[in-house]
Structure formats: C-alpha cells, structure tokens
Design a protein around this ligand. Structure first.
Ligand SMILES: NC(=O)c1ccc[n+]([C@@H]2O[C@H](COP(=O)([O-])OP(=O)(O)OC[C@H]3O[C@@H](n4cnc5c(N)ncnc54)[C@H](O)[C@@H]3O)[C@@H](O)[C@H]2O)c1
Length: 267
C-alpha cells in the first residue's frame, strides 16, 4: 500500500465534480476545489450546499455532519497551484480529450511525483490521457455515476501500465467513500456505459422516428421493465452534450454499435 490519501483536489465542479467533492468531504477528506472562474466556483458551491440540505431534510445527514462536510471543502481558488500538496487529484471537466490531456500536463508540473491522478471520464481513453503526464503509471480512471453522492458503483479503470499499488490505493479510497468499486481495463464506455448507451440511443431513435411519445417511451421502461426512470429522462439527467460525447467516442473506438443521434433536444 502507498501513503494514505488525506488531501484531494477536484477539478471541475459541474454536475459530477460537485457531487464527487461532496462524497469526498463527507468521508473525512480535505478537498481543494478548482474551477475556471469565480462564477463557476460559486455554482459548484451552491450545488454542494443544496445537495447537503436535501440530505439533511431526508434524514441522511445530521446538521452537524453537514457543517463539518462543508468546512472540509475549500473553494477559494481558480488556481491549479493550490493542488500542489494533494495526494490525489480527480478531474470532472468536460468530456474532451484535449482538455483533459492539457489539464493533467499542467498538474504534472505542479503536484508531487507521488500524487495519483484520476479522471472521471465516461468514455475517453485513460491511456491517452495518462501519457500526457510524466507518470502514466500513477493515472487511473475513477468513474462515478450521477448523482455521485447516491450511486454505489464506481468503475476503477486501469491501463496496461497502472502501478498495482496505485490501483490498490484507489480501490481502498473508493471503499472508504462507501462505494462498490469494479476494476476493469481501458475500453470506451467501460462496463456500464458500453451497455447503457446503446439502449439510450435506441430510445432517441424511436422518438426521432415518431414511433412513440417521450412520455410513452419513458413509461414503457419504468412501468414495464421496472427501471427507476425512463431513457429520455435519463439522457436529460446525464446532459445531452455529455451523452453525445460518450456515444461519439464509443463509435469512433469501435466503429460498431450505435451512431450518436445529432445534438437536438429530446425534450
Ligand atoms: N453527467 C453525467 O451523468 C456523468 C456521469 C459520469 C461521468 N461523467 C463525466 O464527468 C465529466 C464531467 O461531466 P459533467 O456532466 O459534470 O460536466 P459539466 O459540464 O456539468 O461540468 C464541467 C465543469 O468543468 C468546468 N471546467 C471546464 N474546464 C475546466 C478547467 N480547465 N479547469 C477547471 N474546471 C473546468 C466547467 O466550468 C464545468 O463547471 C465528463 O468527463 C463526463 O463524461 C458525467
């Protein structure tokens, strides 16, 4: 085992990053949150505050624990240099390879050689992201699901050069967060999205072909198949841009399966 992970950086506080920061802080880690500007940082802060208020209202968190959680997250920066002391940095910036490679290249020059880097990518190659740094063996995928504070699964993605000690540390971190880690190789879509997105894309095709209304498509899967939400509602929860990028990457990597629907709203 390597050193214990105590201080973490979260880069990007959108839908996923805010949830990931919340989960980390809830489980006792000190979090440095980084965004592109103060407005985005404030949106991320509001997202975490809203989510913790909901957890209190549902009886899942005491007011005291919520206050301690919020205290552990520092939002006072848009500067990556503040991540110099982090043991572990996870990014949840938009699903674009060049953005993620550029980010890790910069972090590589700021953080200690020991720092572990994780990407929350849904479908991009962790290998291609890792080689933008001088430490590919210390870069993994750590794929949370939406909403991150609630969903139990995390996919831990190893590349062919991932250090086994790093993998063990990241799996231990996931368990500390109360998650159930599944460790897998680096293949577009990993397990869950590789299976899920063909289905979501097919739902969008049925709607596009005017075969059924959006309400009926969602009702069929909720009431007929027992799923908690229908596919079109789920695409909206994921976000159309993110869903498009995931399908596009999976298609480019495999040239099989599903062609992404164009970026028109399903709603
Ligand atoms: N949305 C989902 O359901 C979901 C689920 C699992 C994984 N993911 C993955 O998580 C990642 C983020 O997705 P999201 O839905 O949270 O996106 P989002 O658009 O909600 O959030 C991205 C955030 O990153 C910030 N950002 C952009 N560039 C940055 C930079 N250089 N430095 C710091 N911050 C930066 C943006 O301001 C924005 O707040 C993507 O890789 C996506 O594939 C998304």
């Amino acid at each position: 085992m390597g050193r214990e992970i105590a201080t973490v950086g979260v880069v990007g506080l959108g839908t996923m990053g805010a949830g990931i920061a919340e989960v980390l802080a809830r489980n006792g880690l000190r979090v440095h949150a980084v965004e592109v500007d103060d407005a985005a940082l404030n949106r991320g802060r509001a997202h975490v505050a809203h989510s913790t208020r909901r957890a209190i209202a549902k009886g899942k968190l005491t007011a005291e624990d919520a206050a301690a959680l919020l205290d552990r997250i520092q939002y006072n920066t848009v500067d990556l240099a503040d991540l110099a002391a982090a043991d572990f940095v996870i990014e949840a910036i938009p699903e674009r390879l060049e953005l993620k490679r550029e980010l890790f290249k910069r972090l590589d020059g700021i953080c200690s050689d020991e720092t572990i880097f994780a990407t929350n990518t849904s479908s991009l190659s962790v290998t291609e992201i890792s080689v933008a740094t001088s430490r590919p063996s210390r870069v993994v995928g750590l794929h949370f699901f939406n909403p991150a504070p609630v969903m139990k699964l995390v996919e831990v993605v190893r590349t062919v050069v991932t250090d086994p000690g790093v993998l063990a540390d990241v799996e231990a971190l996931a368990e500390r967060l109360g998650k159930s880690p599944v460790t897998i190789g680096d293949k577009a879509g990993f397990i869950a999205n590789a299976l899920l997105f063909g289905y979501l894309n097919h739902a969008a095709s049925l709607y596009e072909a005017k075969y059924a209304t959006r309400e009926d498509i969602d009702a069929a899967m909720r009431l007929g198949c027992g799923l908690p939400m229908g596919p079109l509602a789920l695409i909206d929860l994921i976000g159309l841009d993110t869903a498009y990028e995931i399908l596009d990457t999976m298609y480019k990597q495999s040239r099989t399966g599903c062609t992404p629907r164009r970026r028109s709203s399903s709603r």
